[in-house]
Design a protein around this ligand. Structure first.
Ligand code: ATP
Ligand code: MG
Length: 288
């Protein structure tokens, strides 16, 4: 699978609607894809082990999407093989009073993965240019110094985010951003299922239905976000999400290919360490 087809080209004015939400690539059905997903999942697990041993890079995976696009289940499936000790998931909801008393990147900075680990952000600082842009009244809660909040304000936020991500990447934190791109019609079906199937009721709230009414504004905010913040150092991947099984493969393929490109290796022991190991080995052998 060529993952470049999903990357939003840096600096382009591409329309979001030119991406097909229902694509399944070269796969015709789920069963064909499951094998590939299993392969990728074990490859991610293997490389996470090297990531941890090498202790140079960290991986930051950012997931953004409209409700019911499948963020949770993508995270669950793609990371299913990874050693739980090497991985953290953080979900970012509407900010608390304490969080609002800080700059908007603060809560995400505290949750960044340390070297050797995979950090997953289920929503992120991107909410600051998405939900907050769609609902500018949220800005007033942020207690910012008085300033105009027109186009230039949002441009400044994109710029801040780009600089922040550049800083992370230069420090060894590899940033990958996924937008699970679901159609409005598919969301409608999934919402109906959440209402009709009792075991799914807990997943649905009136607030979700309310946000759906702002669909167009969200799409505009997303599009603008991708245009300004898909960069060569931290690209956005637009993942077709009408078929959950396909979106999982796309995400896992992007992770596998990106990890491979790091060409990580287990650390080679120094001469002194090798000598020490040989001595211990000899003693252990003599014990029996
Ligand atoms: P689920 O799949 O369980 O619905 P979720 O990520 O949608 O997961 P919710 O608790 O339903 O979780 O929603 C979190 C809400 O918090 C979202 O509507 C999101 O837009 C909002 N939110 C996140 N960050 C911010 C922010 N910085 N400012 C305002 N609202 C935010
Ligand atoms: Mg929700």
């Amino acid at each position: 699978m060529n993952i470049d087809q999903f990357a939003f080209p840096p600096g382009s004015n591409k329309r979001l609607r030119s991406y097909d939400t229902a694509s399944t690539g070269s796969y015709r059905k789920k069963e064909e894809a499951l094998e590939k997903l299993a392969e990728d999942v074990s490859e991610i697990a293997r490389m996470q082990d090297v990531l941890f041993a090498q202790d140079v890079y960290a991986l930051l995976l950012i997931f953004q999407a409209m409700d019911a696009a499948g963020k949770d289940s993508a995270i669950k499936h793609v990371m299913s093989g990874v050693n739980p000790q090497g991985c953290d998931v953080h979900s970012f909801k509407a900010p608390s009073a304490e969080e609002l008393d800080h700059d908007y990147l603060w809560r995400c900075m505290r949750a960044l993965p340390e070297r050797g680990r995979i950090g997953i952000f289920n929503r992120s600082y991107y909410e600051e240019v998405l939900v907050v842009r769609v609902h500018p009244e949220f800005l007033t809660r942020q207690k910012l110094p008085p300033q105009p909040t027109g186009k230039a304000f949002w441009k400044a936020r994109y710029e801040e985010i780009n600089h922040f991500e550049r800083y992370l990447v230069r420090n060894g934190i590899v940033v990958m951003k996924f937008f699970l791109h679901v159609s409005k019609e598919e969301q409608r079906k999934r919402f109906l299922a959440r209402i009709d199937e009792e075991d799914k009721n807990w997943k649905f709230s009136a607030a979700d239905a309310k946000e759906r009414e702002h669909w167009k504004d969200y799409m505009r905010a997303y599009e603008e976000t991708f245009r300004h913040t898909s960069t060569s150092w931290a690209p956005w991947y637009i993942v077709p999400a009408d078929h959950k099984w396909y979106s999982r493969i796309v995400v896992s393929e992007v992770i596998v290919k990106t990890l491979r490109a790091l060409k990580m290796t287990y650390p080679t022991p120094t001469g002194a360490h090798q000598k020490e190991l040989r001595a211990i080995r000899k003693r252990l052998m003599e014990e029996s």
